[in-house]
Design a protein around this ligand. Sequence first.
Ligand code: MG
Length: 392
Amino acid sequence: MKENGQKRLAILGATGSIGLQTLDIVRQHPELYRAEVLSAGRRVEELIALCREFRPRLAVIGRRELEPRLREALAPLGIRVASGPEALCEAAEAPDVDMVVTATVGYSGLEPTVRAIRAGKEIALANKETLVVAGEYIRRLMAEHPEAKIYPVDSEHSAVAQCLAGETPESVRRLIITASGGPFRTWDAARIAKATAADALKHPNWNMGAKITIDSATMMNKAFELIEAHYLFDIPADRIEAVVHPQSIIHSMVEFKDGAIKAQLGVPDMRLPIAYALGRSTRLGGVSEALTLEKMANLTFEAPDEAKFPCLGLARLCLERKGTTACTVNGANEIAVAAFLEGRIAFGDIFRTIAGTLERASFIAEPTFEDYVASNAESRRIAAEEIGRRGI
Ligand code: MG
């Protein structure tokens, strides 16, 4: 903490949806938070604009070729500039950072999170892929570094954390993770198979980045969240389930051994879970719009349809096999989603690409960090071949 009580944040992925909403909270509460480090992958002009407003000590751009542009714009302001993946890791472990907000997309979040844990940081974890890819490794690392703390930003996991506050682990019977069902919930399988990127990007309740919106349409996002919940809360996989709740008002629930169910409700606004994580599980006033009784009048629930959304079933496979399985699934999914967004494959090919990659990829039961790196690279290579083989 700075002497004036401000918590110093490193916001990794500052130009994305979660990064910008985190900065909304910093803007509203400069007495509580200061953006010490801001990073972006490739949106250099947006990063420059944010740096002009928030005046961080350090700005990091993922793409090295964009560093000169960043330097030219920020040098006159006295802001240090760096680029590339190693610079992002160094930012995550910098001594003048109190909390790291991991809001980068996909696998790229893994190493900065690992470095932040090793440096004993508080982490507001928005990058769910970190726990999906390397959940067992992250759990071991957290046990070795008890001073490091993870506060979930994902709305479902924030909801579970809020429900678990004041409870003991022995009293938990099951976690019920809610899912909106995405834009294709009411479509039939034939229509879903032919869905376009424009169709899939129309999420009914949440306004998010492109990658997670496609993951919501395939329900891969929910599969990832079941895996994330297992590693965050240490609950066996057979006691974590997904339920479709199209209104996205209940953000998740916990059932206890006496039969009670606690739920966290709120309007769909990510600033609520972000503020709860930034405040280390404490509440900040005026964060999101209040939930009216009218908005709670029609809450419905249905079982997810795994035949229509086969990606959801991959959660079970990943948690049964463990090892590098989820790392392989994640790598293939990232390649397939990028290909779908570019119009190179059909919606139904996303699952086929992942399944084809899983058949061919090697499996390591007890991976080291380097094994995850190798498994991710192998998965991406095989997925690209699978897509090429389809000849689309
Ligand atoms: Mg979520």
